[in-house]
Each structure stands twice: as structure tokens, then as C-alpha cells.
Design a binder for this molecule. Sequence first.
Ligand code: NDP
Length: 344
Amino acid sequence: VRVLLTGGNGFLASHILDLLLARGHSVVTTVRSHEKAEQIRERYPYTSTTHLEVILVPDFTSPGAFDECFKSDALFDVVMHTASPFRYSITDIQQELLDPAIIGTIALLRAAQKNAPSIQKVIVTSSFASIINSYKANCWVDHIYSEEDWNPIIPSDAHLNPLNGYRASKTFAERACWEFHKRENPPFSLVTLCPTLMFGPVIHPLCNLDELNTSNQRIRNFMAGEYKAEMPDTGTSFFLWIDVRDAAMAHIKAMETSGVVNERFLLTAGYFCNKEICEVIREFFPEYRPQLPEQGAGGGGYPNKGLYGFDNSRATNKLGLTYRTLSASITDTVMSLQKLQTWD
Ligand code: NDP
């Protein structure tokens, strides 16, 4: 299968790229700079350009941004759109979060429709951010989240803070995809995947740990002693997680399973809290014990009132997804961060 993968240098996309190449698919991937293109090529020194091509798409919001991708002679069968800003340290929510996510996604769908009649499926990485109800946060105890749920966040609230901005960027981008698909009736099917918070080994190129992707930062912070005085609440984000390798596999299964069309999937292995992450690090990495909050210290647990439920049966059954344990995921993440620290 010939795949167009956006943002091939990202935390999740690097795992997807590894899997695609290992399974014999051929990939054209986009990045935003020459440096990142070179870093990807260096990761696969023995892969020919017929199997891996890296293309520069510096700005998703500029007109004709994706034209370059469709100039190659080889026809794409599948598009996987993973690239989207996931950062909270931003100053302009519209320009840095909403526009690249929403305009970028629709521009890619339009370009696919216009230039590549061979495309059979477009798979878009959305997020649990587009499922969770931003107004109920973690308190909706009697609710079971599933693919039926949509975050009801309204555009004006997107601008209140970066967390809202990010959640709105994912919600509006995914909604725009489904609206486009319904309105335009393109020749390809659409699948959206909604992963919960992803932990897991970092295999993507980073110049230093300050560039670490957002969802792994709390693990780095535990290792660096930043939570020693006080364990932070888990509740500023979700209490649901998945290992990045399992989320990457979901993208592959969504692509390879012919019956998977025009559906959205909630991806989660289950609940986690900061205290559990801390205890995994304490148990398996004694060298970090001095940096961690005291054993038995308060904070970082589950809310006393209980939590919402979740239903991940669609991904489990239709994608045949299996899930790594939190302990395995955190252990592998810590080991990968240790390797990065040595060349910091
Ligand atoms: P990363 O930050 O590691 O990767 C994001 C990718 O998107 C990078 O290739 C990045 O390029 C690209 N990107 C960021 N901003 C822009 C922009 N303005 N224009 C074009 N490209 C951009 O994040 P993840 O791998 O964690 O995220 C991948 C996808 O998964 C995203 O769609 C995210 O929303 C989603 N997701 C992530 C979760 C998580 O916990 N990590 C949970 C649920 C969903 P560059 O390197 O040049 O910045």
C-alpha cells in the first residue's frame, strides 16, 4: 500500500512510520523543515526512496500547501493525517492551534479529493479531546464515554486557555472532516481515531529534552524531580491513556482492515493517575527515588467522587487492538528518555 503520512517526525507518527515500513508499505511523509527531513532519512539509511520519501510542507495554512505531495507519479492508496499542534506553551490560540488543525485537515482532504482519485481511505488522528465533555471535565461520574460523544465546546471558549484551545482544535478539525465527507461524498472512506493521552518510548528525533512531546512531559518531570515537593493533580487532563505503540498499531489496523470504513474509534487502555506513574518509576528505577514525591504522599490519585466510564469495545473488536500495561509503557518511556539524556 502507498501511504501519505503527515508529520512523520512526530512522537506518534514515528511509530506509525516504523510499522508501515516494517510491513512493506511505501510511504511519502511530510515535515516542516529540511532539518527534520534529514533526521528522518538518517533513521532509515537502508530504505530506498521508492519506499520512503520525505516532502517539505512548511505551512498547512498556506494556499496549495499539499500540492507538492501529489506531484509524485506513484499513486496513493491511503492518507494518514497525524500532524497537528499539541502544545500548551503558545501565545496565539487561533494561529498556533486552531488554524493549522482545522484549515490543515480540510486542505488535505480537498487536495486528496482533487489530485488523487486512487485514494481509498483517509485516516485522521483526532483525540479523546474531541470526545470528552470540556464542561463536565472529570466529574461526569455516571457517564460512559464512547464514539457517540462529541465535546460540546463552543468556539468562543476555545480562546479561554491553551487547554481549551487544543481540545477545540481537535474537536472542530474532526467535525470538519465528517462534514466534508458528508457534503462532498469523495471517493475515499474516512476513519478518525481518537487516542487518549499517549505515553511510550520516544523514537522520534529530538535535539534536546525541552522538545519532548507534550504527553510524555509528566514522566520527564517525575525523573527530573519537578514533582518532588508536590504530586500534581492528574485531573487537568484525562484519566485515560494508551501506549503510543498501540495507538500506532490502531492506525495500521484501520488501514489494513478493509471493512473499517466511515467510523470513529476511541482508543484507550484504561485509567491512569499520576500516583500510579510515580509508583512504577519508584519500583523499577531506584536511581530516581530521591527525585520522587515521598511514598504515600497525598495528591495525584483518582477523584474521591469517582470517574466517568469508557467503552473501548469498538477498537478492541473491529481493530483487534490489544493494550500494553501502564507499567510496561512507563518503564519503556523512562528507558527511552534515559537514552536521550545521555546526548543532551
Ligand atoms: P508531536 O508534537 O510529537 O507531533 C506533532 C506533529 O505535528 C509533528 O510532526 C509536528 O511538526 C506537527 N505539527 C505541529 N504543529 C504543526 C503546525 N502548525 N503545522 C503543521 N504541522 C504541525 O505530537 P504527537 O505525536 O503526540 O501528536 C500526534 C497527533 O496525535 C496529533 O494530531 C495530536 O493531536 C494527536 N493526539 C496526541 C495525543 C498525545 O497524548 N500525545 C493524544 C491524542 C491525540 P513539528 O515537529 O515541525 O512541530
